[in-house]
Write a protein that binds this ligand. Structure first.
Ligand SMILES: NC(=O)c1ccc[n+]([C@@H]2O[C@H](COP(=O)([O-])OP(=O)(O)OC[C@H]3O[C@@H](n4cnc5c(N)ncnc54)[C@H](O)[C@@H]3O)[C@@H](O)[C@H]2O)c1
Length: 298
């Protein structure tokens, strides 16, 4: 297949590109704003450094599938106009192109759209986006509902993804990455008081699996990509200690954010039905696999 990956030099996009290149003709588009060429070491397809909000997409011909991952991914960015330009405007351009090309479009939405909604989070529950990033993703999902009969489209509400190639996201990388880096640097891991907030953490290998399965979804729509299990930050520190053979105590500090999700946990039924996807890595297995690759802080 001929495949385009926007944001393919980023964390999830590069993991996808490296997996897909074995059997496909893959082109990556990325403006390197939060991604890095280093993520694509070993990638043999084309890397086009350009911006999805301005580049000429008609240069790409006979595309079968587009994986749209490009976005401002730092959820603390409060510039609403810029967030909408890149995330919603970029998506609109890719959607138009996919419609013209009759390509399958699989894009990254986010569990952020649920805000502090009830758990387990179901695709049809009320969306309560609490920041500009989450609002941009919910607008993308609204567009999807509008167009879903005209195109094969699948929106994936990724929960909290962790794993190899996330380091260039820096402060926007997962809590698992941040805490592991602190502990590897012989520091006590720092978390918001009192570490009982929990997240549905999903390993990037499972996310790649779900994203590939989305190509063959039974129908267009929006599905959660999570494990269905939430883990507290205190528990993450415990697992990291066990895996690293250390015994660091958490250091608690005040949460400076007025908006913060206390818990995220996916209802996974729809992903099972529509994609035939179920996460294979438990949090313990994912962290163990990840720590064999993670680099120490420089
Ligand atoms: N990692 C997670 O936990 C998570 C959770 C929910 C949703 N998502 C979504 O998954 C997708 C991938 O996220 P990620 O974690 O790999 O983050 P990332 O920041 O590593 O990847 C985003 C990539 O898009 C590129 N990009 C940004 N703006 C661009 C533009 N205008 N033109 C071209 N490229 C541009 C960046 O350089 C980067 O390589 C994003 O859409 C994100 O919102 C991620």
């Amino acid at each position: 297949m001929r495949i385009l990956i926007t944001g393919g030099a980023g964390f999830i996009g590069s993991n996808l590109a490296l997996t897909l290149q074995k059997d496909n003709d893959v082109t990556v588009i990325d403006n390197l704003s939060s991604g890095n060429k280093e993520n694509l070491k070993g990638f043999k397809g084309d890397l086009i450094i350009d911006d999805i909000i301005s580049m000429d997409l008609s240069q790409f011909k006979d595309i079968d599938v587009i994986f749209h991952q490009a976005a401002i991914t730092d959820t603390t960015v409060s510039d609403e106009k810029r967030m909408m330009e890149v995330n919603v405007g970029g998506f609109r351009r890719v959607l138009d192109f996919a419609l013209k090309e009759r390509a399958i479009l699989v894009y990254a939405s986010s569990a952020g759209v649920y805000g502090n909604g009830k758990c387990p989070m179901r695709e049809d529950q009320e969306l309560l986006p609490q920041n500009a990033y989450a609002r941009s993703k919910s607008l993308m999902d609204e567009l999807t509902i509008k167009y879903k009969d005209k195109i094969r489209i699948m929106g994936l509400r990724y929960f909290n993804v962790y794993g190899p190639r996330e380091e260039y996201k820096k402060k926007a990388a997962s809590m698992i990455y941040q805490l592991a880096q602190q502990m590897k640097a012989n520091k006590n891991p720092r978390i918001f008081k009192y570490g009982e907030q929990s997240r549905d953490f999903i390993y990037v290998k499972d996310v790649v699996d779900a994203t590939l399965k989305a190509i063959r979804a039974k129908e267009s729509g929006i599905v959660n990509v999570g494990t269905g299990v939430a883990t507290t930050f205190n528990r993450i520190i415990k697992i990291l200690n066990e895996t690293l053979g250390t015994s660091y105590e958490p250091e608690y500090f005040d949460n400076p954010y007025s908006f913060y999700q206390d818990e995220t946990r996916a209802d996974t039924k729809r992903a099972e039905e529509l994609l035939g996807f179920k996460a294979r890595y438990s949090i313990e297995e994912g962290i163990r696999d990840y720590l064999t690759t993670i680099k120490s802080e420089k």
